[in-house]
Write a protein that binds this ligand. Structure first.
Ligand SMILES: [Zn+2]
Length: 239
């Protein structure tokens, strides 16, 4: 029984469509997962940035408290200077005041630095929060798009599967089993267009006998890869 090149070309086209549809159906959820991964990372980044900012403020506040309490102590020591009972005590108080003033100068520098750092960390928080908002919007967009696409792809898949069933039913009965066995394992690679005199699936050179059979519209399976072969458009007899 003969098998037309057109029917096999059609069958191959259907298989290729199925591969494409399944690939796209598979990709959608992966894209959603990837954008959710980005979102989770942004959430962590924003939380980390807030925590670092908070810690820096707590540390800076502590230094400012320390500065104030030492200033109070200096003021207290200064009043004590007026009531010093001896030169020795006076000198000791003066030394203590000088030492505390020196320590406060260092502390003031540290506080300035800590305030600069707080500004930088606040900018980081702002950026992380903006990134998070953008990531949330992007994830929502991806989800919406994929959900819409999945529904279309599912119905397209059902339609093409139906087409496949019809095309397979039209295959000559004696080749159905061989074809079905290859199709189950190889999907779209169950068929291959003949390129010159070479199998388009595995690039194996075909024998003159196989070429003759193809021109006679016989079913020919590649001896190397097992694909059901067909001639390209216009090469078949009567096309
Ligand atoms: Zn082959």
């Amino acid at each position: 029984m003969n098998i037309s090149g057109t029917a096999l070309r059609d069958l191959h086209r259907i298989h290729k469509q199925l591969t494409d549809l399944r690939g796209r159906l598979d990709r959608g959820p992966k894209q959603v997962a990837a954008s959710e991964g980005v979102l989770r990372r942004m959430e962590t980044d924003a939380a980390d940035a807030k925590e670092a900012h908070k810690k820096a403020r707590v540390a800076s506040d502590a230094k400012q408290l320390q500065l104030k309490s030492r200033e109070a102590k200096i003021a207290d020591l200064k009043t004590k200077l007026n009531t010093a009972n001896s030169n020795k005590e006076f000198q000791m108080l003066k030394d203590q005041i000088a030492a505390d003033q020196q320590a406060n100068l260092v502390l003031e520098d540290e506080i300035l630095e800590s305030l600069e750092k707080i500004d930088q960390l606040a900018a980081k928080v702002k950026k992380a929060e903006a990134d998070l908002v953008a990531a949330k919007a992007e994830t929502g967009k991806v989800k919406g798009r994929v959900e819409g696409e999945q529904a279309n792809l599912e119905s397209e898949l059902a339609r093409v599967l139906n087409e496949l069933k019809e095309a397979e039913e039209n295959l000559p009965t004696e080749y159905k089993a061989d074809y079905a066995r290859v199709a189950r394992v190889r999907g779209e690679e169950a068929l291959a267009e003949v390129d010159g005199e070479v199998c388009g699936g595995c690039y194996q050179m075909l024998t003159p006998n196989m070429m003759n059979e193809l021109y006679m519209s016989k079913a020919v399976f590649c001896k190397s890869c097992g694909a059901l072969l067909y001639l390209s458009e216009g090469r078949g007899v009567g096309e």
